[in-house]
Design a protein around this ligand. Structure first.
Ligand code: AMP
Ligand code: FE
Ligand code: FE
Ligand code: ZN
Length: 296
C-alpha cells in the first residue's frame, strides 16, 4: 500500500492484529494507560487505540508505552452522544485534541457526569449505605466519572459482587436511582470530530434491549454528515443488527471495525477478542486530517 494519509504520513506503517477500542482508568477501565498497552501487547495486538470516554487524558502515557512495546497507537476517544433517550457512543480517532469546540463539549460532558453521579449516589444512599467519598475512592484523578465507578464503590461496600451485578441491579434504570447526564446529539459529535480532522465510527451500534439501534434514516443522515462507519464485530451487537449494518456499510462504502471494548477487570471483554482488518485501519488513517498515529 503505502499511500499517503490525510496527514501526509504513509498509512501502511502499522501491522495487525488491531483492536481499536480499549479503556483505561482515565475513564472506566481499571488499569492505567501504560498497563492497558501492556495487556494489549500480551494478547498479541500490534496496533491499538485508546478510547476512554470523553477524554484524551490518557493519550500521552499510552503513546509512550505503545512505542516502547513496538505497537502503533491511534489516539482516540469514545464520545458520549444521545439520540432521544438512546445513549449513542461514538468512537473518534485521530482528531486534533486541542480543537477548542471539541474540548468545550467534552469538558461539559465530563463536568455534568460528576453532578449526575452525585445525584445517583444520593438516590442510592436513601436505601443503601453508600457515600460520595466511596465513589471518589474508586476514581483516579481527572478520570471521566461513570456508573462503573459507583459499581466499584458498591462492590467495595459488599453490596454487590461485581460491576455486572451492579448494572443488572441497583444501577439499572428500573430500580429508580438512575439519572441521565448531558450528552450532545450524534450529529453534533460527527460535526465536532470531523471539523477537528477526526474519524467517527459508531461504537456497538446494535445492542439488544432498551438501547437498540438508531433508526435507519438517522444513520443515513449521519453518514451524509460525515459518519465514517460502524463497529460491527463487538460482543454486544446482535446478529440481526450486524446484518443490517453490513448491508448499509456495503451500500455506502463505509469503514467497519471489530474490537474488544476492554475495560481491564471491569468487564469480561479481553483485548483482541475482535479485531479490525489492516484495510480498515488504513482507511481510518487515510481519512484523518487531525493527527497521525503514533508509530514505534
Ligand atoms: P455511564 O456512561 O456512566 O452511564 O456508564 C456506562 C458505562 O458502564 C459503559 O461505558 C460501560 O462500559 C459500562 N457498563 C455498562 N454495563 C456494564 C456491565 N454490565 N458491566 C460492566 N460495565 C458496564
Ligand atoms: Fe465504558
Ligand atoms: Fe461504549
Ligand atoms: Zn467502550
Amino acid at each position: 500500500m503505502g499511500e499517503l494519509g490525510g496527514t501526509g504520513i504513509p498509512a501502511q506503517r502499522f501491522s495487525g492484529p488491531s483492536d481499536l477500542h480499549l479503556h483505561s482508568a482515565r475513564s472506566d477501565g481499571t488499569e492505567p494507560p501504560a498497563d492497558v498497552m501492556a495487556s494489549a501487547h500480551r494478547h498479541g495486538l500490534r496496533t491499538v487505540a485508546l478510547t476512554d470516554h470523553d477524554t484524551t487524558a490518557g493519550w500521552a502515557e499510552a503513546a509512550e508505552a505503545a512505542v516502547s512495546l513496538g505497537m502503533t497507537l491511534l489516539p482516540g476517544m469514545e464520545f458520549s452522544a444521545k439520540h432521544e433517550w438512546r445513549s449513542v457512543h461514538m468512537l473518534s480517532y485521530l482528531f486534533d485534541p486541542d480543537d477548542a469546540a471539541l474540548r468545550a463539549e467534552t469538558d461539559r460532558i465530563r463536568g455534568d457526569r460528576i453532578g449526575r453521579a452525585e445525584r445517583i449516589v444520593r438516590n442510592i444512599s436513601r436505601d443503601y449505605d453508600l457515600t460520595w467519598d466511596d465513589v471518589l475512592a474508586q476514581t483516579t484523578e481527572d478520570a471521566t466519572v461513570g456508573r462503573p465507578h459507583i459499581a466499584d464503590a458498591l462492590v467495595a461496600r459488599g453490596l454487590v459482587r461485581d460491576r455486572g451485578e451492579a448494572f443488572d441491579g441497583i444501577l439499572h434504570p428500573r430500580e429508580g436511582y438512575y439519572e441521565p447526564h448531558y450528552a450532545p446529539a450524534p450529529h453534533r459529535v460527527v460535526e465536532l470530530v470531523t471539523r477537528a480532522g477526526g474519524v467517527v465510527i459508531i461504537a456497538h451500534p446494535t445492542p439488544s434491549g432498551r438501547a437498540r439501534m438508531l433508526p435507519e434514516p438517522v444513520i443515513h443522515d449521519l453518514i451524509d454528515a460525515g459518519l465514517a462507519g460502524f463497529e460491527i464485530d463487538h460482543r454486544e451487537n446482535t446478529e440481526a443488527g450486524k446484518r443490517i449494518l453490513r448491508r448499509i456499510a456495503a451500500d455506502r462504502d463505509l469503514i467497519v471495525t471489530g474490537s474488544s471494548d476492554y475495560h481491564g477487570r471491569g468487564k469480561p471483554n479481553l483485548p483482541g477478542e475482535n479485531t479490525t482488518t489492516d484495510e480498515m485501519v488504513a482507511r481510518i488513517i487515510e481519512r484523518a486530517t487531525g493527527i497521525a498515529p503514533v508509530y514505534p
